[in-house]
Design a protein around this ligand. Structure first.
Ligand code: AMP
Ligand code: GLY
Length: 413
């Protein structure tokens, strides 16, 4: 199978590593890629947001399967164009990717499918926003309706800051605060069959102890030793299948990866968000534990044969990944600094680029993540941090407490 991966982040590097390890993959191309993907896949240039350009590249490399990594190309219709050209594509249509592309749309689908989520109002004026904030009370949750590359959500107890964020966005979703540990559950789906992967947890705040601003994610681990038995089954029944069925009923089936972000609240699991793609950094840990060859799975989701796949096989043990971010992240990441020690197994590249002299330099906010796998969560964690200790980036920032509360048995539902 000849596979083309679209994207240039850690998710795409992790996907490329898993695809390269699949004996069914005879050729692997990544576009535009980063310094990490370049080491495992042929690198090509492409404007990932241009459906015609991606389709042309897919034909040029004679791809049997295109895997679209990030959300923006999906929302722009890249998967539609690739499929229209007769090439199998992993990733939802633009219509189905609205589940991530519009928070108001996601709320509407959840309401129609009776999926448990935070109560919410869609607001377009200051008066509406103020009324919604006062109805729900602090902590306030204000979400830009559209794609905002991880910067659209403000959670604060400062009413003025909440209102200012609402005013700065054209259309916002204001919702009740959900209290409880967060879980990321990735589901593969071909539009009818839905298969859950291992649940993972992401740490979203920049600082230890979940302090400071929200980021794209500073680290993750899987599996979750504290996850209540039966929770994945409950979420499949109450969230994943109803959502996939609702989109099929509307004539816009969702095929690809449905990322379910949950808060485990006292009354039960509630959806915090849907994404239409693999999450970063959770992908690094989930794929590190997946033993089933990935290409066949993604192809089955793309062509509608997921129901014929045998059950997934997982490596026993655990995986932990710790993100190394550039100085100034998340506000104003500094790029161009040299990264040393990044060419090691377990290092997943995100914002990196290789200079002509061979040096790896930072080219984005989250630069890389160090992934450790072990027989226990503790061992995986130690390996991830040991790997990270051998990497140098001037001004680099990372959290020292990824998976720590889980190792200590301190996460309670
Ligand atoms: P989203 O982009 O919707 O995932 O939101 C980003 C992050 O904001 C989530 O991972 C949560 O940590 C937080 N968040 C979003 N919605 C809520 C909510 N209703 N209650 C509490 N935290 C939330
Ligand atoms: N880990 C959060 C995300 O991928 O959106």
């Amino acid at each position: 199978m000849r596979v083309l991966v679209i994207g240039s982040g850690a998710r795409e590097h992790a996907l490329c590593l898993a695809l390269a390890a699949d004996p069914a993959v005879t050729a692997l191309v990544c576009a535009p890629g980063n310094a990490g993907t370049a080491a495992v896949a042929e690198q090509r240039g492409v404007d990932a947001l241009d459906p015609a350009a991606v389709t042309e590249l897919a034909q040029d490399v004679d791809a049997d399967l295109v895997v679209v990594g990030p959300e923006a190309p999906l929302v722009a219709g890249v998967a539609d164009a690739v499929r229209a050209a007769g090439v199998a594509c992993f990733g939802p249509s633009a219509a189905a990717a609205r589940l991530e592309g519009s928070k108001a749309f996601a709320k509407e689908v959840m309401s129609a499918a009776r999926v448990p989520t935070a109560r919410a109002h869609v607001c377009t004026t200051v008066d509406e926003s103020a009324a919604a904030l006062d109805e729900f009370g602090p902590p306030f949750v204000v979400k830009d309706d559209g794609l905002a590359a991880g910067k659209g959500v403000v959670v604060t107890s400062d009413r003025a800051a909440a209102l200012a964020h609402a005013e700065a966005c054209e259309r916002v979703v204001i919702e009740e605060f959900l209290d409880g540990p967060e879980v990321s559950l990735f589901c593969l789906t071909d539009g009818s069959t839905v298969v859950p992967l291992l649940a993972a947890q992401d740490s979203k705040r920049i600082g230890d102890g979940d302090t400071g601003p929200n980021t794209g994610g500073m680290g993750a681990y899987a599996p979750l030793p504290w996850l209540p038995a039966g929770l994945t089954d409950d979420v499949m029944r109450d969230v994943a299948r109803p959502t996939v069925d609702e989109l099929a009923r509307r004539g816009t089936p969702f095929a690809g990866l449905l990322y379910i972000g949950l808060a485990l609240t006292r009354p039960g699991p509630r959806v915090v968000e849907f994404n239409a793609r693999f999450g970063d950094p959770e992908t690094q840990v989930v794929l590190a534990l997946l033993e089933t060859p990935l290409a066949g799975l993604l192809q089955a989701a793309a062509i509608g044969t997921l129901g014929e796949q045998p059950p997934l096989r997982w490596r026993p043990g655990a995986a932990v990944t710790v993100v190394l971010a550039a100085a100034g992240y998340p506000d104003a990441p500094r790029t161009g600094d040299i990264v040393t020690g990044a060419d090691q197994p377990g290092v997943i590249h995100a914002g990196t680029r290789r200079r002509e002299d061979g040096a790896v330099v930072a080219s984005g906010g989250r630069v890389l993540s160090a992934t450790g796998v072990g027989d226990s969560l503790d061992e995986a964690r130690e390996r991830a941090y040991r790997l990270l200790a051998g990497i140098d980036l001037a001004g680099g920032q990372y959290r020292t407490d990824i998976a720590l509360r889980a190792v200590h048995g301190e996460v309670t539902v």
